[in-house]
Structure formats: C-alpha cells, structure tokens
Design a protein around this ligand. Structure first.
Ligand code: 13P
Ligand code: SF4
Length: 298
C-alpha cells in the first residue's frame, strides 16, 4: 500500500499535507506535516497539480481558498471539526451590529462562510500577534472561547468578546485538574494547547500551538513532557525527538482526525476524491482575511 501511494503521488504530481494529529502511518507518507498555519502557508506555495489535505475540512478549505487554481481534495468527505460549527455567519453579523467599532478575528477552525465575514483570521500559533496588530480596542473572537481567554490574558489592554461565549473543542475541554494532579505526581513539564480550559492553562508550564510544541521541544531539555492536546501530538514529538519522553492522554482523541485511512489516501490520489468546491465570492472574501493573517506572521 505504501509503495502504491508513493507511486500515485509521483504519477499525479500530487503533494500530501498532514496535520500533526493525523495517524502516524499517514504522517509518514506526507510531504508536509505541520500545524494549521504551516499547512496553510505550504498550500499557498504549492505548485503540484493535486493537493491532498489529510486533516479536517477547514484545513482543506483553507488550502483551496489560498490556491484556487489547484485541485484540493479531502480524502474523507465528512472529516469535520465540531468546534468550527459553533460559529455561524449570523452570529458574526449580529455581533458586528452590537459592537460597530470592533474588529472580527476568526480562528481558522471555522467555516469558509465565517472566514468570509472576518477582518482577519488567526491560528493558535499567531492569535496574540494577530490581535495585537489591530488598532481596535474591542475584538470579536470566535469560535474558541478558551483561545479567546488566552488572548485576553496576554493582551489585557484589549476587550476580547468570545463569539459564541461557549465555543469549545471537546478534545481539549476533556483535560481536567485531575490530569494536572496526576502529571505533577509523576513529574515533568505540562505543555498545553490554548484550546484547553483557562484553569488548565493556568496550571501548565507552557501554552503552545501544535507547531509551537514542535519548535519548543527542539529547543532542548531532557525533562519529560505531558502533552495536553490530541494524543497523536505526543507520537509526532517522539518521532521527531527520539529518546525524549512525551506522555499523552489516551482518551484525548479527535474522532474526525482519525477518519482518514491509508486506503482513503490511496483513493484520494487515484480518483481525486473528494474535491473541495466553494463559491468564488466566499473564497475571494475569505482569502483576504487569511492572507492578512499570513502577512502578520507566526
Ligand atoms: P494547531 O493550529 O495548533 O495545529 O491546532 C489545530 C487544531 O485543530 C487544534 O485542535
Ligand atoms: Fe477540531 Fe478539536 Fe479536532 Fe482540533 S481537535 S480538529 S479543534 S475537534
């Protein structure tokens, strides 16, 4: 199967991009593995005829929006992100009516329609930098309320309005103070994703995006890490830094990230399934917001 996939990649002039939460066998066959910001930047630069995004729908949509002349496919059609579904275009329009002097920052974990209504997008790697770059005092920020509270703590001079107030990712809200206590008993550093609840962030030694975790682990240190995010992140870190200890929480599984199998990847390459198709005017408006974010940087 692996040989077949490699041969198909060459035959179709395809590039395979995988998020850090993808199963190890998919990551091993990908040309690019990274966090959502890294995948977006690479998708924009890609010159391949076919871009296969192994991740969830918003990642494939972002690739299509940034590189609309390429064919972009998501190997499993219903690999979604339940967090993205918390925010609707109507919520954004209504919040803008209530806060006319605000700016709207939409996390990339969102639908293309929501991005099209944003002033700028952000990822967990650059949320603080993006918000700091805006002149507005009030920022409407969605859909992740925990990431919003992280940005608020880092930038107390801003007023961050979470949109909606309870938007969250079920994988990250699964981390509890009992997990912190168990980790502290065993020893090591706790590194958590900013989608974790504020009380977990407050107890962690570091808060970082998945790409930030890769970079910070590269900076060295021999202490074991407790990786408080989707469990595949720990296996990615173990591949990158053999000999170091990274603990995961076995129950922290994003079901949608685990939908893509090697067989799905093979079919996506062979038959070009399932192509991402979006209305041009939605893509044009969303592209402005995403490119503005890329210009701000990581
Ligand atoms: P990153 O941007 O940190 O890779 O996070 C994406 C995500 O879906 C987190 O749950
Ligand atoms: Fe969405 Fe959470 Fe899965 Fe990330 S881990 S893709 S935020 S459901």
């Amino acid at each position: 199967m692996e040989q077949e996939i490699r041969a198909l990649k060459a035959e179709k002039n395809a590039v395979v991009m995988a998020h850090n939460y993808q199963p190890p066998e998919i990551q091993a066959l990908a040309d690019v593995v990274g966090d959502s910001l890294e995948l977006a930047v690479k998708a924009k630069e890609a010159s391949a005829d076919l871009i296969v995004v192994c991740g969830v729908r918003f990642m494939a949509e972002t690739a299509k929006i940034l590189n609309p002349d390429r064919k972009v496919v998501l190997p499993v059609e219903d690999a979604g992100c339940p967090l993205a579904d918390f925010l609707t275009p109507e919520m954004i329009r209504e919040a803008r009516r209530q806060h006319p002097d605000s700016a709207v920052v939409v996390y990339v974990n969102s639908t293309a329609e929501s991005k099209a209504l944003a002033d700028i997008t952000c990822t967990s790697a650059n949320a603080v930098r993006v918000v700091a770059s805006l002149p507005n005092e009030t920022i409407l920020f969605g859909p992740d309320a925990n990431l919003a509270s992280y940005v608020q703590r880092e930038l107390p001079e801003k007023t961050i309005v979470p949109l909606p107030p309870g938007g969250h990712c079920y994988v990250h809200t699964g981390f509890t103070l009992a997990d912190v206590e168990a980790a502290r008993k065993k020893g090591g550093m706790i590194v958590c994703h900013p989608e974790c609840p504020p009380e977990i962030q407050a107890q962690a030694d570091r808060v970082a995006s998945t790409g930030g975790m890769v970079r910070e682990a590269a900076a060295g240190g021999n202490e074991p890490w407790w990786v408080f995010t989707e469990r595949e992140m720990a296996s990615r870190l173990r591949v990158l830094y053999p000999g170091r200890i990274f603990y995961e929480k076995p129950e922290a599984v994003c079901a949608d990230m685990k939908k893509i199998s090697l067989d799905d990847l093979r079919r996506a390459l062979e038959a070009g399934e399932h192509e991402v198709v979006l209305p041009t005017e939605v893509m044009d408006r969303a592209r402005r917001a995403i490119e503005r974010m890329i210009a701000v940087g990581a």
